[in-house]
Design a protein around this ligand. Structure first.
Ligand code: GTR
Length: 343
């Protein structure tokens, strides 16, 4: 597999060969005893679809520095940014088998695994960013992370959340100011049927595709555009292919940091607790970086030629996605009510 933007992409064999973390893990398994576990040096492999300098990448790197300091260099993080280990689907698979330890992904693809996460994926579920932050920082956020960690087959530990702003539609044809404007546009959506249904309900044609396939999809006209927050649009230089960026704000999906359950269970209780602690700090560290980056990205993309427009009346967009709420929300009524009760 070749990643056009990054040179050769690593395949699973490379990941296993590369695995400083994996080697340490093998040593741990060999020693078996708790004391040996507590001392084994481990390089935790982390990955992100975004490049170095992106808020999520920077926050996980800072987490690695904290681990190094707290353990005198025994635990550290090696970051593989920019989709070097594949898209989010591949990242999840590698974390499940312990070929990497930390994957920073969107809650988006988690819905099919832990259905409650689809509540965060419902269009217009949060009133605003403050509401979303209160939910992820509070008991509901913790409950959903625990659901993932306790899932019998997911093979992942849910560590923390991160901010990802609001998602807005962008395309190469025209600005979207009203819901009818989406008609006939092929818009790339994340790999979760809920999102394709959302775009279709809005009148567009939702096309499920990995983030790693998107530039190619826009270049070849398989899609006319996609939807994402300002920092993703800017850092992926998507304005080069789809210059109309319309602030539909239809989704506000938090990010999630997951840890390989296989790797986690091989670590000492103290190390596990330390990882949980630094990840909670990372949730807040990333937030500060996020707000700065959103502003910077907005300026950069406009300077690069993006044409940004506000969407003044969101009510028709909200009305159009009722079928999505009926299909994916009906079984989570109580959770939805709890979310809307968060003030
Ligand atoms: C970004 C998010 C990524 C990925 C991407 C996508 O906002 O940070 O994790 O989910 O969107 O659209 O696939």
């Amino acid at each position: 597999m070749i990643n056009r933007h990054m040179g050769r992409r690593l395949d699973r064999r490379d990941v296993l060969k590369l695995g400083a973390g994996g080697a340490a893990m093998a040593a741990v398994a060999g020693f078996g005893a708790g004391a040996a576990q507590a001392q084994a040096k481990m390089v935790l492999k982390a990955t992100d679809v975004h490049p170095t300098g992106y808020p999520t990448v920077a926050a996980v790197e800072a987490m690695g520095k904290k681990l190094e300091t707290a353990t005198n260099g025994r635990l550290s993080i090696q970051m593989f940014p920019s989709m070097q280990l594949g898209g989010e689907k591949e990242m999840i698979e590698q974390a499940q088998v312990g070929a990497l330890q930390i994957a920073r992904i969107s809650v988006g693809p988690m819905g099919p695994l832990v259905p409650e996460f689809n509540v965060f994926n419902l269009p217009f579920v949060f009133r605003d960013v403050t509401h979303m932050e209160k939910v992820i920082d509070g008991p509901i956020g913790t409950e959903l992370l625990d659901k993932l960690s306790k899932h019998p087959t997911a093979g992942l530990i849910g560590l923390c959340y991160m901010n990802a702003g609001q998602r807005h539609v962008y395309n190469s044809k025209k600005p979207i100011t009203k819901v009818e404007d989406l008609k006939g546009l092929k818009i790339r959506m994340m790999g979760n049927p809920l999102f394709v249904d959302t775009m279709n309900a809005l009148g567009g044609n939702g096309v499920a595709m990995g983030f790693d396939q998107l530039i190619n999809g826009m270049q070849t006209g398989v899609v006319d555009g996609a939807e994402n927050n300002e920092p993703s649009y800017d850092s992926g230089q998507h304005y080069r292919y789809a210059k109309y960026y319309s602030k539909t704000g239809h989704l506000m999906i938090p990010e999630i940091l997951v840890f390989s359950k296989k790797s986690f269970e091989a670590m000492s209780k103290d190390d596990q607790a330390l990882i949980v602690k630094v990840s909670k700090e990372a949730q807040m560290d990333q937030r500060k970086l996020w707000y700065q980056r959103e502003q910077e990205s907005l300026k950069k993309m406009i300077a690069a030629g993006a044409i940004v427009n506000e969407v003044s009346d969101k009510a028709p967009f909200q009305a159009a996605v009722k079928s999505v709420w009926d299909k994916y929300g009906a079984q989570h009524k109580a959770l939805i009510e709890r979310i809307s009760a968060v003030k």
